[in-house]
Design a protein around this ligand. Structure first.
Ligand code: PLP
Length: 395
């Protein structure tokens, strides 16, 4: 009999972390690998935020805090929602966790019973289905096409809903495609959801502040009819280049927030007191960093999209957010190349050309791959040259 639990057997390790680890190992073995797998901004955390953390250490903010966040951070989060999303919340509608990842995990643990379904539009962030499985729920994957900009349509949503549907996950701008939903697209989905009163919506807004081309961010809780059934998750990881600090948060119905606190109280307790103090400064302090960084990302996005579309066999949409592109390699999956799947393509690309990307199937949609352009222009130029040479050697 295995010591490992049945629930753990239902899940697999994160494929994106696996690719990053593989690239790290190859590099350690002396190979000149360019890693385009990581979902992490390459910018450093802004100085004002670092200073707030140092001040917190020096002034003795080094003890346990309230389990789901200090009042100071919760107040900063309330102000953020009001300022940026025109949403009003009270303190008991806010929870803070060790990264958005913990908030999501706790949410599913707190709300799913065996067999409850969670609608997950694909391509999806790799952790959603596994978190749902771990909590005993059933991921209901809905494939979204390139023609639909990789976004869920009202028609597909309607078809996916059953009596067992408990949650719909929306992630805009999206990991892995960078696609952002417009207000109109969200309103279309909402028309279906207002009639289905038992379904809750989990809006993962972690890439809210990484967007381009005047894309107007809209989050579903802004629709009054759905606000009381929506949990809006966000965090400082991507917005303020704070992935290592591990602060994420959510706002929504008090019964869910209370249940999350209960789980947290019996597992990790509070997120780091120092990181919380830093997050207060991130949310309340100067926001200039966001714009400066978006400009740099935009240059890279434009370069990467243009370079990929100039490669024979590859096509790539222009996303309006996040720091990913999701090009198609379908035309390179054939008898001549001997590639059956995107995984074959990605494996050979790493072996032959030392470029690490992640196969689309890891995100629930075959025939694509994800590139993270959160790396220097120098690396991107080198990587694009290598991908071009690799693809053209196949034809
Ligand atoms: N949601 C999405 C879509 C993500 O891409 C990530 C991180 O990669 C997270 C949530 C979690 O971020 P964190 O735990 O760093 O707050």
């Amino acid at each position: 009999m295995s010591i490992i639990s049945d629930s753990l057997k239902r899940i697999k390790p994160s494929p994106t972390i696996a690719v990053t680890q593989k690239a790290r190992e190859l590099r350690a073995a002396g190979k000149d690998v360019i890693g385009l797998g990581a979902g992490e901004p390459d910018f450093d955390t802004p100085d004002n935020i670092k200073k707030a953390a140092i001040k917190a250490i020096k002034s003795g903010d080094t003890k346990y805090t309230a389990v789901d966040g200090t009042p100071a951070l919760k107040k900063a989060i309330i102000r953020k929602f009001k300022r940026e999303n025109k949403l009003n919340f009270s303190l008991d509608q806010i929870t803070v966790g060790t990264g958005g990842k913990q908030v999501l995990y706790n949410t599913f643990m707190a709300t799913l019973n065996k067999g409850d379904e969670v609608i997950i539009p694909a391509p999806f962030w790799v952790s959603y289905p596994d978190m749902v499985l771990l909590a005993g729920g059933k991921p209901k994957i809905v494939k979204c096409t390139e023609q639909d900009g990789f976004k869920l349509t009202a028609q597909k949503l309607k078809k996916a809903i059953t009596k067992k549907t408990k949650w719909l996950i929306l992630n805009s701008p999206s990991n892995p495609t960078g696609a952002g939903y417009s207000k109109k697209e969200i309103q279309d989905l909402a028309k279906v959801l207002v009639r289905k009163k038992k379904i809750f919506i989990l809006s993962d807004d972690i890439y809210e502040h990484v967007r381009y081309d005047n894309f107007k961010f809209f989050t579903i809780a802004q629709l009054p009819k759905l606000k009381e059934r929506t949990l809006t998750m966000n965090g400082v990881s991507k917005s303020y280049a704070m992935t290592g600090w591990r602060i994420g948060y959510a706002a929504g119905p008090t019964d869910i927030i209370k249940a999350i606190r209960k789980i947290q109280s019996q597992s990790t307790s509070n997120p780091s007191s120092i990181s919380q103090a830093a997050a207060v400064e991130a949310l309340n302090g100067n926001q200039g960093f966001i714009k400066k960084r978006a400009n740099a990302f935009k240059k890279r996005r434009n370069f990467v999209v243009k370079s990929l579309n100039a490669i024979k066999g590859i096509t790539c949409l222009t996303p309006n957010g996040a720091f990913y592109v999701f090009p198609s390699c379908k035309r390179l999956l054939n008898k001549k190349t001997k590639f059956k799947t995107d995984t074959d393509f990605v494996k050979k690309l790493l072996e032959k050309s030392n470029v690490a990307v992640v196969q689309g199937s890891a995100f629930g949609l075959d025939g694509f791959f994800r590139i993270s352009y959160a790396t220097s222009m120098k690396n991107l130029k080198k990587a694009m040259d290598r991908i071009k040479a690799f693809c053209e050697s196949l034809i």
